[in-house]
Design a protein around this ligand. Sequence first.
Ligand SMILES: [Zn+2]
Length: 426
Amino acid sequence: MKLYRASLAHTPRNPFTHLDALETFDDGGLLVDRDKILELGEFSNVQAKYPRAKVIDCTESFIVPGLVDSHVHFPQVSVIGTMGVQLLEWLETRTLPEEEKLADSGYAREVAKDFLTHLVRNGTTTALVFGSHFKNAMHEFFQAAQDSRLRITSGMVFSDRELRPKLHQSPQQAFASGAELIMRWHNHNRLRYAVMPRFSLSCSDKMLEVCSALLSAQPGILFHSHINENPLEIQTVKRLANAPDYLESYERHNLVTERSVFAHSVHPTASELARMAKAGASVAHCASSNAFIGSGLFPMRAHLEAGVHMALGSDVGGGTGFSLLKEGLEAYQMQMLQAEGIKLSPAHLLYLATKAGAKALHLEDQIGDFTSGKQADFVVLKAPRGSTLERTLSQSPSMAASLGALFTLAREESVKNVFVAGEKLV
Ligand SMILES: [Zn+2]
């Protein structure tokens, strides 16, 4: 047994519904028995109860649950920072040409390894990863994901219209490829499969039927796609799918369920939100991407009032990097800019970056907070010597204020160690 001594913070309850959601220990102890969390509390109390546990001294550090990225694209690492274009032009001019390069499995392998390294370095231990349009690139990715020991849910991306023909596959090919990948990788160690039409803009009804069939191929498969990101995209979907709204293009193929995660949802109608809430579907809020490619300000209040579950996604490469801490800061800022915005607290940001993601990915029973019995996935954050963060933390009046400073200032260089199931990855 190992007893980690540090300042601890987690959100065992939902801060959108509970005032006491945030639990913190200034001088805390996190007791880990092999892959599981055994106990959490004041260091002196936990040590008195388990005097033989080996103490790992992380004083002057913060330990939070492993971060969960609910929307990120593995083939897009190299397009981060593409300026001056909105969604459809961004896809056409820079992003899809890069994604075409993954037809080369050697290149796909290199990108996959790189991508997973960046997740870990940013403290992300679990992710719902938008894949590649190429089956062999997905075998490479899943292999690399297995080697990384992270918790990864991913899938091959399907398209059979619009976009670039090199990225198309027929619905028959898509079904065969999806079935093969599911057989090989779904529920294999920490990997799971998610069915991923790129978006209904680039998928015919036949292709979405294939998605529906694959979704029920085995228990536990998730559904992941994009929705209501950009006004021109929405218009195009309604025209091509001959649908009154974006959600219906998925609904008519039974793709809106409690196992569905939709990225963006920046411009939903009230009816769409009500239907998503009724189905129990989740939204991946990608704040930095929404700002960077000019998609719009996320209507968080409308989602909350409708009862739609939300988590955070970095949306690399539309997003501005892999840090879920930065994503929390962006989410905070996007709400502050709106008259109807939600005043998010550090507890909300921590919840959105951890437990909310675990819930969206149906892993809430295993990860997301430090409840006894859960998997020991956690991140050790420490301000670099002489950094602005070190100075700010030294004067922090409370643990909540320290968390606020971490979301604002802590990035890759502050991620000291990352653990998944009690095993150190960094
Ligand atoms: Zn995306």
